[in-house]
Design a protein around this ligand. Structure first.
Ligand code: TMP
Ligand code: ASP
Length: 261
């Protein structure tokens, strides 16, 4: 399978065509953005870590029957994924209140929610991904009731699985964002989980110290983003405990790979 032309470039990833019309290549960039692109930086090695962490989570989700877009990881920065028509909704799942909900509703930071809360945001950068009600989704035909019912069931299973997976390695899953898409094959359309799941799209706190191990390190200028993402990868068993993956090492590895292409 050959890599074709660039189809789409987002804030953190690039999608390339392949010779198979149902499959595309997803390339993980090192770009970090926050507050709808108002804050930007390049953090060397971030794409390499997110590629690995997302591969680990999505392949574990496949094993419990959650269909998703991942076919296989190709190299340090790329994965083959199924081409889907993205449902233009960002599904935010919260277990503990922090971030935008605390400001929007005046909820105290760190409040543990009685049950997971699903919020819907319209995926539109120009509008700043506004929060919407479920009714907006049907009013404007962004997805059908049947699709959203299926998505909600998938979300709750994904959340249960991920809470357990992270708890097992001493990490609290505070909240995260998911995207879903329609995969069309053999004349049928099926809703599957799409996009990455990584410390860019989740809030992850150390179980004992509440240390932030996610993109809030960039959003809040806490520094040490690469060591935090590396810690997540190590605890999940993706990187060996002994391997001292510093930003420099990750960058070296990724540039070696890039030169070879
Ligand atoms: P928020 O508190 O800023 O609304 O974020 C909730 C969760 O969603 C948090 O884990 C970060 C993630 N998220 C994204 O992945 N992409 C986004 O564009 C936003 C706003 C949040
Ligand atoms: N990814 C979003 C942005 O670029 C927001 C965020 O993750 O905080 O702006």
């Amino acid at each position: 399978m050959k890599k074709g032309k660039k189809l789409y470039e987002g804030k953190a990833k690039i999608i390339y065509a392949t010779t198979d019309k149902n499959l595309v290549i997803q390339y993980f960039k090192d770009d970090a953005t926050a507050f709808n692109n108002q804050k930007k930086s390049i953090i060397e090695g971030k794409g390499v870590l997110n590629n690995r962490i997302s591969e680990h989570i999505l392949s574990n989700l496949s094993q419990i029957g959650i269909k998703n877009h991942l076919v296989k990881r190709l190299n340090m920065r790329e994965q083959i994924i199924k081409l889907v028509e993205i449902i233009p909704i960002e599904f935010v799942v919260r277990n503990v209140a922090t971030g935008s909900i605390t400001k929007r509703l005046g909820i105290e930071d760190g409040t543990v929610l009685k049950e997971p809360l699903i919020e819907y945001c319209l995926k539109d950068d120009k509008l700043g991904d506004p929060l919407i009600a479920e009714e907006h989704i049907y009013a404007f035909d962004w997805a059908t009731k049947k699709e959203i019912e299926k998505v909600k069931k998938m979300i709750l299973r994904i959340n249960d699985f991920m809470i357990g997976m992270f708890r097992g390695v001493g990490i609290k899953l505070i909240d995260f964002k998911l995207e879903f898409g329609r995969y069309k094959s053999n004349g049928k359309s099926e809703v599957i989980l799409a996009d990455e799941i990584s410390p860019d799209t989740c809030r992850l706190w150390d179980s004992i110290t509440d240390k932030k191990l996610d993109k809030d390190r960039f959003r809040k200028d806490l520094g040490d983003l690469i060591p935090a993402y590396t810690e997540v990868a190590k605890r999940l068993g993706i990187l060996h405990e002994q391997s001292n993956v510093s930003a420099v090492n990750v960058t070296k590895l990724s540039s070696v790979k890039r030169k070879r292409k």
